[in-house]
Design a protein. Structure first.
Length: 314
């Protein structure tokens, strides 16, 4: 297939959501408590729909199962999920299981290793990343006794930061942060602490303490990442992570840059600026907030403009 596959996102309202998905990206959001844009998703809980070309109107999950020639993947399900999150309030402290635990306890769901690129952050904004307990017994004791200041590790963040969040990591986005999240295609979350807040009906949200304690890695601490940046024509390509779950790169384009055909399908999200993609004599406009897939063998192609993109593949 010689066309990029542009996708229509799915939006999720959350107790901690706000309006920045509209303010920063121009999306039409369902309410002023919109927390998540499921931008590239084949998960049953929210599937993106193809916007262009011969598969227009098709859900990504159906495209995956019906047209494997576009993907050439051994995975039984579309393995990745790209989101943009607006944390207008603190997210709950949570942890995700790995593939083995999720497969046994969550009806065959994938585990959830994820990573965050900080798109926007208010001054002094923080994330919770890791904890200070040195044993499972200490972890359980501090959780049950509510010793959150003693347990949780906090990191101040700014736009442009990147964090790898493997399964088993206690974590939470803090108020005032917008992130692009690349993750395994999973919707399994074990909530540990939710600040005792209540929804509009006066109800607290469910916690999952025993499962959370079982899957949390101990000991655990924040580690600074090291990244590789390469110059390519009028672009810089930064590789944040490359492992068995996903490869994630940032493309910073400041002019005409040529890309080779990729042996793997590639997920691309434009997070800043605008430009165009040229392929096979066709031109496709690109602007902030666009999300698309380049199928297997797509290219060679060029990207022109001034833009930033997050690209990923399995």
């Amino acid at each position: 297939m010689s066309q990029p596959i542009f996708l229509e996102p799915v939006f999720k309202e959350r107790i901690w959501g706000g309006t920045k998905l509209k303010d920063l990206f121009g999306y039409e959001i369902p309410s002023n408590e919109t927390g998540e844009c499921w931008a590239i998703s084949a998960h049953p809980n929210g599937q993106s729909v193809v916007k262009n070309g011969p598969f227009q109107g098709m859900a990504l999950g159906d495209l995956w199962t019906g047209h494997q020639e576009l993907f050439h993947s051994d995975s039984k399900v579309f393995p990745l999920l790209t989101k943009i999150l607006d944390a207008s309030d603190d997210l709950s402290v949570q942890v995700h299981p790995d593939d083995t635990y999720a497969g046994e306890h969550e009806n065959g769901e994938l585990g959830k290793t994820e990573c965050w690129y900080i798109v926007d952050a208010e001054p002094g904004a923080e994330i919770i990343y890791g904890h200070g307990a040195q044993s499972k017994e200490e972890l359980a004791s501090w959780i049950h006794e509510g010793k959150w200041d003693q347990l949780l590790s906090k990191v101040t963040v700014k736009a442009g930061d990147f964090f790898y969040v493997p399964s088993g990591t206690l974590h939470a986005l803090g108020k005032g942060i917008v992130v692009l999240e690349t993750q395994q295609s999973s919707d399994t979350t074990y909530r540990v602490y939710d600040y005792d807040r209540r929804d509009a009906a006066g109800n607290t949200r469910e916690l999952h303490l025993e499962k959370a304690i079982e899957v949390t890695t101990v000991p655990q601490a924040y580690q600074e990442g090291t990244y590789n940046t390469e110059a390519k024509d009028h672009a810089e390509i930064t590789t944040f992570v490359a492992n068995d779950f996903f490869t994630v790169q940032k493309w910073s384009v400041t002019g005409k840059t040529d890309f080779e055909a990729s042996p793997k399908y590639t997920l691309v999200s434009i997070i800043a600026g605008e430009g165009e993609l040229q392929s096979g004599g066709e031109v496709y406009p690109l602007r902030k907030g666009d999300h698309f897939i380049l199928p297997v063998g797509f290219g060679p192609y060029g990207i022109t403009g001034n833009l930033e993109a997050i690209a990923s593949w399995e």
